[in-house]
Ligand binder design. Structure first.
Ligand SMILES: NC(=O)c1ccc[n+]([C@@H]2O[C@H](COP(=O)([O-])OP(=O)(O)OC[C@H]3O[C@@H](n4cnc5c(N)ncnc54)[C@H](O)[C@@H]3O)[C@@H](O)[C@H]2O)c1
Length: 359
């Protein structure tokens, strides 16, 4: 019974895949026909590079354009969105299309969910990270007073439209950042897909994207509000998020996926140290991730930064560090208690391995 209720809340059927733009536009025309007005939320990059791909399908589309970047995933920007919806007299049967990366899908989903107690929204993710992660799974929100995703709610997009054509204009670093979340999905649930995935960071095809989304959406269907198994999706994120938060304070910030790549390599070695993961498999994970993401040894400052930020991790409870750790390539356990000493020692081990790759 629990499963069927959750499946009615979160259905994988709402994700649609297109290898070309024309069929996406045909579907979009149909999906939007019932609404009184249709808005599209873009930032200046997706307005310039992506909007022209869908605009022919929706001639009366009203455009809400905001500034790009995480610093604009804010209450102020939501205020601008709500003011425009109000000025256009959008009613409860209006629709918001979120056309952009994770900032647009997170914030657009949140803004739509609050406007008049909730209007429908459709996500059309245009970064790889948003396709395989942010746009899927119902987490919406904004940053607040320096804390990421501090204000938000769980609410599913009405539909999610995936088309790799949007990735043609995405920069190499952004693409690689999305690859990290894809690889993470494979590592926690599909060893075969991990082994098949090549070592060179090229744009993945629709099948590889679809596989990653399927993994995320089937986990979310079972645990939409992250009470238990959805925590598996946090593999690589305890160390990764701590490193990302620390680097944000420096002149060498990392993209989210870049930090998660370090996190996955270090956490695979933590799993090995705790005898969860065989050493040969940990080695395969670290070697492949190091090659794809061009990992380097972490500096003493990085190590201190990670140790400082880890206690703030959302999975920590009563001062104890808890991680989701892989116990095989394609399988993951949640709520594993890890000591600060283990993390420190493993970062040293990680550096020794990386010195072989990046002397
Ligand atoms: N809700 C979730 O479950 C979830 C999961 C993971 C990440 N997130 C959130 O996602 C956000 C990060 O997402 P992101 O990496 O997509 O960042 P982003 O939305 O900032 O996009 C990255 C950059 O790429 C540009 N861009 C977008 N599409 C483009 C295209 N097709 N061509 C060229 N440029 C393009 C954007 O304008 C931006 O400058 C964070 O706020 C994070 O918290 C949410």
């Amino acid at each position: 019974l629990t499963l069927s209720i959750h499946e009615s809340v979160y259905s994988r059927r709402m994700v649609h895949f297109f290898s070309e733009i024309d069929p996406l536009n045909a579907a979009l025309r149909q999906m939007t026909a019932q609404y009184t007005s249709v808005f599209v939320l873009v930032d200046e990059n997706t307005q310039h590079l992506c909007l022209n791909l869908i605009q022919p399908a929706l001639p009366s589309l009203k455009i809400i354009s905001i500034s790009s970047g995480e610093q604009h995933k804010s209450l102020d920007t939501c205020g601008q969105i709500w003011s425009l919806l109000t000025a256009y007299e959008a009613d409860r049967k209006a629709l918001l299309i979120n056309l952009g990366g994770g900032v647009i899908t997170d914030m657009g989903g949140f803004a739509a969910s609050c406007y008049k107690r909730g209007i429908d929204f459709i996500n059309i993710p245009t970064t790889l990270l948003a396709m395989v992660d942010a746009a899927v799974g119902g987490k919406t929100g904004i940053d607040y007073e320096g804390f990421k995703n501090q204000i938000g709610l769980f609410r599913e997009a009405r539909e999610i439209l995936i088309c790799p054509v949007f990735l043609q204009t995405l920069g190499h670093r952004q693409l690689r950042s999305g690859l990290a979340e894809m690889i993470k999905h494979y590592l926690i649930a599909d060893g075969g897909a991990f082994y098949q995935f090549g070592q060179s960071p090229i744009a993945p095809d629709l099948d590889a994207i679809r596989r990653a989304i399927d993994i995320k959406s089937s986990i979310v269907a079972l645990d939409p509000e992250e009470k238990n198994i959805r925590k598996k999706l946090n593999f690589g994120h305890t160390v990764g998020h701590a490193l990302e938060s620390f680097r944000l304070q420096t002149t060498q910030p990392l993209l989210h996926g870049e930090a998660v790549a370090y996190g996955m390599a270090v956490e695979a070695l933590i799993a090995q140290r705790l005898s969860l993961l065989e050493s040969g498999k940990a080695k395969q994970v670290v070697e492949k991730i190091a090659a794809i993401f061009d990992l380097r040894p972490l500096t003493p400052e990085d190590m201190d930064g990670i140790m400082r930020f880890i206690p703030h991790d959302k999975k920590s409870e009563s001062g104890k560090i808890r991680m989701a750790l892989i116990d095989d390539i394609g399988s993951c356990k949640i709520d594993i208690e890890v000591s600060g000493g283990d993390v420190k020692n493993v970062i040293s081990d990680f550096n020794k391995i990386m010195e072989i790759y990046a002397p």
